[in-house]
Design a protein around this ligand. Structure first.
Ligand code: GLY
Length: 573
């Protein structure tokens, strides 16, 4: 293995290496996927993200001597151009950072409700939720945080000049890039909505269908990015781009005003930490539910020998499901923006509390979700996102998950500015107990209030082993984000998978309500499904779960895991 070799597309051709083994048994067909081993490891830096173009420009920054935060800024803007489903300047996200010294920090650049938002803004006069109002209207957008977040991260930790970090995205937007089959399909699929929700010419529409290899040029976006390159935060939150955003709002009773843009500021928050079998987990605190839920899940399963039970064995699925239903019940009641709601972080993470929650778990039968309620604390009142993982030569690590919420957000473009707006307001609870687009419910903790941040499931995470960097991990996937990160960590620590295997392995998900064990196709064989059904679990097959991009630090160097469910690409040098 040549650790000094030039950047190599670690897993773009993943599917070519896969061996599909078909096993015929009476009355059934089991499809097993032998996951190819690709243990290529690099010492000088690695970027894993949703598109090969963004991975490449991020890696170029590392090669020029930029650090992980420099590369993250470049990747964030390059994803806006090359991954319009979720890459964004019109959305928000979270960063978990670990310096090579071991110091940690997190940045909350989550969107906020506009000042004119109200608790019942999505309810009709009878008090019912108006379908789609929080999803595909101008009122669905929170105040974007991504540009402010990148400026803040760069001011604190960046080492190269800001302009040099934004320029690669400008070049990609102006010169265009050849789109993948998956992006062509996503653009064609959303064509009707783009036309319905927007007036006039639209940069993501063309005459006829998009095809793999078509060049996507985004001149309006290039000009917007130039303003951000030259003026930093003011290039987005003031002047031409801000005027265009507000003009867009005015077309559809949108609520974002210039004062919202002026007042938007991302927030540095102390990282949430916990342990799992001696590994230290560094995670995002609220307003993401991800960190708390991940730590609760890991603690819930820690007493058991998952290694002995086996990956995706029925006993493992039962254990994970029972932990997940209890954790998501807590999420529905206690998680929200800590600047507005007193989130009982210490109580939720108290080991004795988590152990008490698992006491009703029985190996003999499923616990129905109807019998599980959020925990009670004495004295207490009360698809589409994207992730990237980066490590530089010095061992500084960045784990960022960022989102427009739904695929292509609200599907509403800021006319003239060439970017999409988020529909993050749907992550609030529009009405207690009424599920949002991910089927999760909430109450007071996550009710809409002016200037409040909506609850998130985003779970950018860093894992340490023996005081040293071990893993950088995260994923998109709405409410399945938390359980996808949970399984990826277990795949490495418990099931001895390498990073790519851990990312590629099939996943399952349970979120309390609905009371279903959701499984990716071929995640479980029919014997396992039968065993689960006999114990009272409802197993529901669905499309893909998560799209994890992760880096593992091995004795050979950095090992990437790029999710084959997308165009995700790991590049190292
Ligand atoms: N919009 C998905 C999340 O933040 O959880």
């Amino acid at each position: 293995m040549n650790h000094q070799s030039d950047a190599v597309l670690t897993f773009k051709l993943y599917s070519c290496f896969q061996k599909i083994i078909l096993v015929f048994l009476p009355g059934m067909l089991i499809v097993q996927t032998a996951i190819a081993q690709d243990n290529t490891a690099y010492h000088n830096g690695m970027v894993v993200c949703a598109t090969p173009e963004a991975s490449k420009v991020g890696l170029d920054i590392l090669k020029k001597g930029g650090n992980a935060v420099d590369a993250a800024v470049t990747v964030q803007f390059a994803l806006e151009v090359t991954h319009p489903e979720a890459g964004n300047i019109g959305g928000g996200g979270f960063m978990v950072y670990r310096a090579n010294t071991g110091n940690t920090n997190t940045l909350d650049f989550r969107e906020k409700a506009p000042a004119r938002a109200t608790t019942n803004m999505y309810l009709d006069s009878a008090g019912n939720v108006i379908p789609d109002m929080s999803i595909s209207t101008h009122q669905a957008s929170g105040v974007p945080g991504s540009v402010d977040g990148m400026v803040e991260a760069h001011n604190k930790y960046g080492s190269l000049k800001w302009a040099s970090l934004v320029q690669p995205a400008i070049d990609l937007a102006r010169n265009g890039f050849k789109i993948s089959a998956k992006l062509a399909s996503a653009l064609n699929h959303n064509r009707g909505q783009f036309i319905k929700l927007n007036e006039g010419k639209n940069y993501l529409l063309k005459d006829g269908d998009w095809k793999e290899g078509d060049l996507l040029v985004q001149e309006d976006l290039a000009k917007t990015l130039e303003l951000i390159r030259d003026n930093g935060r003011d290039g987005f939150y003031k002047g031409k781009v801000a005027d265009e955003l507000i003009a867009e709002m005015n077309k559809g009773n949108g609520l974002i005003a210039q004062t919202d843009l002026d007042n938007y500021h991302s927030v540095w928050r102390k990282a949430l930490t916990g342990t799992y079998k001696g590994y230290k987990i560094i995670a995002m605190p609220p307003p993401s539910s991800g960190g708390i839920a991940l730590l609760q899940l890991l603690h819930s399963v820690e007493p058991y020998s998952l290694k002995r039970m086996g990956h995706n064995a029925d006993s493992t699925i039962r254990l994970m499901t029972e932990a997940e239903r209890r954790v998501y019940a807590d999420r529905s009641k206690y998680l929200g923006d800590p600047d507005f709601f007193k989130v009982p972080v210490d109580s939720l993470l108290n080991p004795a509390y988590i152990d008490s929650r698992m006491k009703s778990f029985s190996w003999s039968a499923a616990t129905p979700s109807t019998s599980i309620e959020p925990g009670k604390f004495v004295g207490y009142e009360s698809d589409q996102t994207t992730h990237y993982s980066i490590v530089d030569k010095q061992g500084n690590a960045v784990s960022i998950t960022t989102t427009l919420n739904d695929s292509f957000g609200s599907k509403i473009f800021v006319s003239g500015a060439g970017f999409l707006l988020n529909n993050e307001m749907d992550d609030f609870s529009s009405k207690p107990g009424v599920p949002n687009m991910y089927g999760v419910t909430g109450g007071k903790a996550n009710s809409i209030q002016p200037n409040k941040r909506m609850l998130s499931s985003m779970t950018p995470t860093i894992v340490e082993k023996n005081g040293k960097l071990f893993m950088v991990v995260g994923t998109p996937g709405g409410s399945t984000i938390i359980t996808s990160v949970f399984q990826t960590i277990l795949n490495v620590i418990e099931f001895n998978m390498d990073m790519q295997q851990a990312v590629s392995a099939k996943r399952i998900h349970h979120q309390w309500l609905p009371d279903d064990v959701e499984t990716e196709r071929e995640a479980l064989d029919s014997t396992t499904i039968n065993a689960l059904q006999q114990k009272g679990y409802k197993v529901v097959s669905r499309g893909t779960i998560g799209r994890v991009d992760a880096i593992l630090v091995t004795t050979d160097g950095y090992q990437g895991g790029a999710d084959p469910r997308g165009d995700d690409t790991a590049l190292g040098f």
